[in-house]
Design a protein around this ligand. Structure first.
Ligand code: HEC
Length: 312
């Protein structure tokens, strides 16, 4: 029931997002097409090319701003291509609509009126410039430093040994992500996301968050920033730069035990794929206890509002 309530308020609910997205996009497309059909019936004809452009622009905006966590550009490009194919199938579905779609393009090419003549002249003059500009851009020598290909999230080992204790990454869990009775809880963060860790009567989970915050500001904020956005005062001296935890590409994509392994071993403990080993992330097992590491991670998730990935 909770899920349906969240959906009705327009929230994207984890686990249902692909279905929600398809449903929303489908409804919007139908609404769009329906509206133009209705307008057409009432004598206001909107040209098919304009309709198609509108639908395409809308879908781009939808993919960019509605979907969360944000989709990378390369994937958005694939979605846009698929949308374009769909739109083409729609406009070419009947002879009549295909003719309507081509009409403005052919009118510009024929240039029988003053306006179309003007548009054609502008296009004919601008096109070579555009091609020239693209050619220039691709030939221009590049003065940026070469890109270092590096796996940011290398495959983790099956288990990791910290302070003499072995943690199996698949089965271990944070001893501090617990409900008031001290039992591990996936939902405790959600319950206390707006809670006050400084409240003396705060539940155990929030007390651990507070302790984690203190560890963070004693050790991590120099690099990872006091907003956890990777812009600490030392951050810009390093390449790769410290991880930005508010970015959906870092801890939001990781299991809590993965983060535990990464924090314990630091840049030095990165496996082969993490090459070149230029990461200055310190191996925190040399400075913090196991408990402190779990707590600081708890704090990072609480503060950013992201949840650790689970083994789904
Ligand atoms: C000297 C600077 C520095 C300090 C201090 C530092 N880090 Fe980092 N950290 C980095 C850099 C640089 C990276 C990114 C490069 C990499 O992936 O190793 C990183 C990456 C990470 C990652 C990996 C994120 C990912 O997406 O894989 C985590 C988690 C992390 N740090 C947690 C911490 C915690 C917790 C502390 C404090 C206990 C801390 N860091 C202190 C520099 C630092």
């Amino acid at each position: 029931m909770d899920v349906i309530k969240q959906m009705l308020t327009g929230k994207l609910v984890e686990g249902y997002m692909p279905m929600q997205m398809l449903f929303e996009l489908g409804s919007f497309a139908l609404l769009f097409i329906g509206a133009f059909y209705f307008l057409g019936k009432n004598g206001i004809k909107v040209n098919k090319l304009a309709q198609a452009t509108g639908l395409f622009v809308f879908s781009i905006l939808y993919f960019t701003y509605r979907i969360y966590p944000p989709i990378p550009f390369s994937v958005r490009a694939i979605y846009a291509t698929m949308t374009l194919i769909g739109i083409f199938m729609w406009v070419s579905s009947t002879e009549e609509s295909w003719k309507d779609f081509r009409k403005p393009i052919i009118a510009v090419a024929d240039a029988n009126t003053a306006i179309t003549k003007m548009i054609r002249t502008v296009v004919v003059v601008l096109l070579p410039f555009l091609v020239g500009f693209m050619g220039y851009n691709s030939m221009k020598p590049n003065v940026d430093e070469p890109i270092e290909l590096r796996t940011v999230h290398p495959a983790p080992p099956a288990s990791t040994k910290v302070h003499g204790k072995t943690f199996v990454l698949q089965t271990a869990s944070s001893p501090y992500r617990v409900d008031d009775a001290g039992k591990y809880s996936d939902t405790i963060q959600k319950t206390h996301i707006d809670g006050n860790p400084w409240d003396e009567k705060a539940p155990p989970y929030l007390q651990y968050v507070r302790e984690g915050g203190q560890i963070f500001f004693q050790n991590c904020h120099f690099c990872h920033g006091d907003n956890l956005n990777g812009r600490g005062m030392f951050a810009f001296a390093f390449n790769p730069i410290p991880a930005n935890f508010t970015d959906p590409g870092t801890i939001a994509q990781l299991q809590e035990t993965f983060v535990f392994w990464r924090v314990s071993k630091g840049g030095i403990g990165l496996p082969r794929e993490g090459f070149p080993w230029a990461s200055v992330m310190p191996p925190w097992e040399q400075h913090l206890t196991v408990d402190e590491i779990w707590k600081v991670i708890l704090f990072e998730y609480w503060h950013t509002g992201y949840y650790p990935r689970t083994w789904d």
